[in-house]
Write a protein that binds this ligand. Structure first.
Ligand code: R5P
Length: 298
């Protein structure tokens, strides 16, 4: 099959790294925003005004409400223009956290968005999706080819270079999976906090019972959103005597004043993968994404 990787200009760098790692041609999707916020997309056609049969769409789903509409517009038109196989590489997958109705009538967003993606795409590759109560990605996105990667191995390598003596701390119980991967490959001392969330920007944290005085600590987590989890953990680590606290996250959402909040709490370095384009990006996921994508290409 003739193949092409399509990307949007705001993810150009990471998309081109993936295209290069897979030996794929790549082209940008033009996007125009009308005064009322509607979008017009324009796909790059060949001389016969068609698209190749196989398209890799690179689109992370931070800013999810807008980007899900992009995917809806794009997938429908791509098939009309000749694409037969659409592979979505979405390094950050949104709407995965609401996986049950916590209160009667609440929409289970994970199920709805998962089905939407499965209806429009033939395969999905993502990184550290926030899955709490489902064991595998294809329970949330019912596709035979729904591939989950993790940012933890690449972040662990970075931490090993930057802070070889670090204590790795996960800010909550869910982070144990990434802490164990990172600590297992590099032998870091490690521990996991207990977190109780009281609201979107309000968490309390209990540190693990381990020696922290004088230690360089790196907080490792999948997502920094409001930054409150990392900020609260950092304050308590410094109060417990840690000599420094740095942060490594897969998904640098950093919504609103998140960065200022964690800096004010005393965080020194902030490192992230390029799953979401952000000034803190220190790790490229292209080699990992390429290794997952190549076997799916026909
Ligand atoms: C939660 O379980 C996640 O792993 C993150 O800790 C959480 O999403 C971070 O959110 P925030 O930055 O808003 O505290």
């Amino acid at each position: 099959m003739q193949s092409l990787l399509l990307y949007f200009d705001d993810e150009r760098a990471a998309a081109l790294r993936l295209a290069a790692a897979c030996g794929l041609a790549a082209a940008a999707i033009e996007r125009h925003r009308f005064p009322d916020d509607e979008l017009r997309l324009r796909l790059p056609l060949d001389g016969a005004a068609r698209l190749p049969e196989q398209l890799v769409i690179y689109r992370g789903l931070d800013h999810p409400n807008e980007r899900l509409v992009e995917l809806l517009l794009l997938a429908g038109e791509a098939r009309a223009l000749g694409a037969r196989r659409l592979l979505l590489v979405s390094p950050y997958l949104a709407y995965m956290r609401q996986d049950i109705a916590f209160n009667p009538g609440e929409v289970v967003s994970q199920r709805i968005i998962g089905r939407f993606l499965a209806e429009h795409f033939d395969a999905l590759i993502t990184v550290d999706p926030h899955l709490h109560r489902v064991a595998s990605l294809n329970e949330a996105v019912p596709l035979a080819d729904a591939v989950t990667l993790s940012g933890a191995p690449a972040l662990a390598e970075l931490i090993a270079r930057q802070r070889p003596q670090a204590v790795l701390i996960g800010p909550d119980a869910e982070s144990v999976q990434w802490i164990e991967v990172a600590a297992g490959s590099h032998g870091f001392a490690h521990g996991v906090c207990q977190k109780v969330r009281h609201g979107d920007r309000d968490v309390s944290i209990e540190l693990p019972d381990m020696p922290l005085a004088g230690r360089q600590v790196v907080l490792l987590d999948d997502i920094a959103s409001s930054g409150r989890t990392l900020a609260q953990a950092c304050r308590q680590l410094l109060a417990a005597g840690a000599s420094s606290v740095d942060v490594a996250v897969t998904h640098a959402l950093f919504a609103g004043d998140a960065l200022e909040t964690i800096r004010a709490a005393g965080v020194d370095q902030v490192w992230s993968t390029d799953c979401i384009a952000h000034p803190s990006n220190a790790v490229h996921m292209a080699p990992y994404l390429a290794a997952a994508l190549k076997p799916l290409l026909r």
